[in-house]
Design a protein around this ligand. Structure first.
Ligand SMILES: [Zn+2]
Length: 338
């Protein structure tokens, strides 16, 4: 098969690699139908997350099952499947509590920008669609593997409720999906913080009612003005920097909730500030698997179209260009087709 390796910062190569094989009886092998580059892939691409050895890349995927291990019972070869970026047996105590991204037996996918993928814990990790989806639905189904599931979790963690106010910090694919999730969960006012025109446009299309392009004190002030001077009921933090986290805490009203899903880099919460803020805080890698059945239904019924976050499509062998385009902000998110 062929797959993506990161050799050094900014050195992405698409190359011949050994075919994946069934290693555990609970594994499945899928043929990749579509994969993509995640904003979080850029941390190691840019060398901000240090690494020493060349390693494979990618954790978002949809595909067709080619082979299953002896213990796999819920998945059949030939089925179209979607899985989370985190593998899970879906049966351990953490999974049963809805924290599948902390499955006791789970792990994180990291080999998905490739023509085929080994999926551990296939029965728990993968969800098949009832039929082969039409090509037009593939981008939206692909987003469920991470960004849409993560945006959804951000909204759930921030306790978005019908009629409530929500602020989304971050206009990357996850933030935009967070806007869509807040709309689906019934927020009546959704404030997207964005300073990029194309992203503002998509945020409005996904259900944002207001755009705030200011940051820092001015951004907080603008949010307060839109929320009766007190801040929002729910704030979705979808970046992971110290600045965005600070922004998110300050935009949450007293008694409100903050959901944070941006992978933290240099984020430190000040205990005293947090204490005084009187807010609920919940975050972490999204338990995407928990939301997959519901989100698949929403996509198949045409209620949501999160695939619009892909503003560039490339053949998988041009994956290096996909990274460059996202790094240089020429693209929000790039879909890759084998
Ligand atoms: Zn588990």
């Amino acid at each position: 098969m062929r797959g993506t390796m990161l050799y050094a910062p900014f050195d992405i190569r698409f190359q011949e690699l050994p075919d994946p094989v069934i290693l555990e009886p609970t594994d499945a092998i899928i043929r990749t139908v579509a994969t993509c580059v995640c904003g979080s892939d850029l941390w190691s691409y840019r060398g901000i997350t240090p690494f020493t050895e060349p390693h494979p890349m990618g954790h978002e995927y949809v595909g067709v099952v080619e082979e299953i291990g002896a213990d796999v019972t819920g998945i059949q070869p030939g089925q179209f499947v979607i899985g989370s970026f985190a593998t899970s047996d879906n049966t351990c105590p953490n999974c049963r509590n809805g924290a599948q991204s902390r499955c006791i037996h789970g792990n994180f996918m990291s080999t998905c920008q490739a023509t085929s993928i080994r999926i551990p814990l296939a029965d728990g990790t993968l969800v098949p669609t009832p039929d082969q989806p039409s090509p037009g639905l593939i981008p939206s189904l692909l987003t469920l593997s991470d960004v849409m599931g993560t945006g959804w979790y951000a909204a759930v963690a921030a306790q978005v409720v019908r009629g409530g106010t929500a602020v989304v910090v971050g206009d990357g694919a996850v933030g935009l999906c967070g806007v869509l999730a807040a709309r689906e969960l019934g927020a009546s006012r959704i404030i997207a913080m964005s300073r990029h025109e194309a992203r503002q446009k998509l945020a409005l299309e996904f259900g944002a009612t207001d755009i705030v392009s200011e940051r820092g004190d001015d951004g907080v002030e603008a949010v307060r003005e839109l929320t009766k001077g007190i801040g929002a009921d729910s704030v979705l933090e979808c970046v992971g920097t110290a600045e965005s986290m600070k922004q998110a805490v300050r935009c949450t009203r007293a008694g409100g909730s903050l959901g944070y899903v941006g992978v933290p880099h240099g984020v430190e919460l000040n205990g005293e500030q947090l204490f005084r803020a009187l807010i609920g805080v919940r975050g972490g890698p999204a338990p995407v698997r928990r939301f997959l059945p519901d989100l698949i239904t929403r996509v198949l019924e045409g209620r949501i179209n999160p695939g619009k976050v892909f503003d560039m499509t490339l053949p998988l062998d041009q994956v290096a260009e996909a990274y460059a385009a996202m790094d240089q902000r020429r693209a929000i998110k790039v879909l890759l087709q084998p």
